[in-house]
Design a protein around this ligand. Structure first.
Ligand SMILES: [Zn+2]
Length: 317
């Protein structure tokens, strides 16, 4: 484990910003790790299409490197012996930032964005947000205005559901970040200084929490996840994806309750098959298509249909 640590961040030193550590990590890793360099080169030659729906927009990215992530879990689960996030099995050249003594921030060798990090627990333990809500929020605060933190539920998008992890990407890459307005979100309630909204449009359902005090946000998020669990009738973690961002001292948490992981088109045979596995990126309006034909044929009707199948309305109180 020790040889995996390039730098440390514990949030206690004034004037030290996580964003600087992130920029340094990526730069250092690109210099020494050819696979990562290649991943970013492929990304820069990638293509993006923009689609406009009724009151929302979507981006589609052609990214063949993401096929492993899109197909994750279709051939059974990954055992600890094959877990690619366990520190002892990381590629020999991969190093990271030890974050608050509990997580290792790593460069993702199959990036979707110009900066793309995986934040992986130092121990092999299942993806389960309820055990790490505090870290989810502190990551967003520490990463600051330039970054956005993502969480994929174990059953709806996580490429390594057996190993707890988050992701960090640059701010403003996700179309939904521009749609967090009163036009698309209605205030449901105010609780101890936290505003709770839900969508009225956007083609999929989402809950938005907005506030300043970390402990109260944690409490309200816990409560909302508990309500989603009860509505879904699920033991353990409900089907959900989440985004956390901190902008000018205000924290925003988006939660996408899910009805299922993959749309029916994923399981079709022949030409009708569409290899899209919606996770947090897709729910946030950023679709990753590892197959060129899907990249070219996705239109707003297909996107609407995917959202209709995988999103679930959870009216919270
Ligand atoms: Zn692991």
């Amino acid at each position: 484990m020790k040889d995996r640590i390039l730098s440390r961040f514990d949030g206690t030193t004034k004037g030290v910003f996580l964003s600087e550590n992130l920029f340094e990590l990526l730069s250092a890793q690109r210099d020494i790790w050819p696979e990562l360099k290649k991943g970013y080169e492929m990304l820069s030659s990638g293509r993006i299409r923009d689609l406009t729906g009724n009151g929302f927009s979507v981006k589609i990215q052609y990214n063949p490197l993401r096929i492993r992530s899109t197909m994750a879990g279709t051939e059974g689960g990954i055992k600890k012996e094959g877990c690619f996030l366990c520190p002892e099995r990381l590629p020999p050249l991969q190093k990271g930032i030890l974050y608050r003594d509990e997580f290792l921030i790593l460069c993702n060798p199959a990036p979707v964005f110009p900066f793309h990090f995986t934040v992986s627990h130092i121990d092999h333990r299942p993806q389960y947000i309820l055990g790490s809500i505090g870290i989810f929020l502190s990551l967003a605060r520490d990463a600051g205005d330039s970054f956005t933190v993502l969480y994929n539920g174990a059953k709806c998008g996580a490429s390594a559901p057996e190993h707890m992890h988050f992701q960090i990407i640059p701010s403003s890459c996700l179309p939904i970040e521009r749609e967090l307005t009163e036009v698309t979100f209605t205030l449901v309630k105010q609780e101890k200084g936290v505003n709770v909204y839900q969508t009225k449009g956007l083609s999929r359902y989402a809950i938005l929490l907005e506030g300043k005090a970390p402990l109260i946000l944690e409490e309200v998020l816990n409560n909302v996840i508990g309500q989603i669990k009860a509505i879904q009738g699920i033991e353990g973690e409900p089907l959900m994806n989440s985004i956390c961002l901190s902008r000018e001292g205000i924290t925003k948490i988006l939660i996408f309750p899910r009805a299922r992981h993959r749309p029916s088109a994923f399981f079709k045979e022949g030409d009708g098959r569409i290899l899209i596995s919606p996770g947090v990126l897709e729910m946030a309006g950023f679709f990753v298509a590892p197959v060129k034909r899907d990249f070219e044929r996705l239109d707003i009707d297909i996107v609407d249909e995917i959202y209709r199948e995988v999103s679930s309305v959870c009216d919270i109180k």
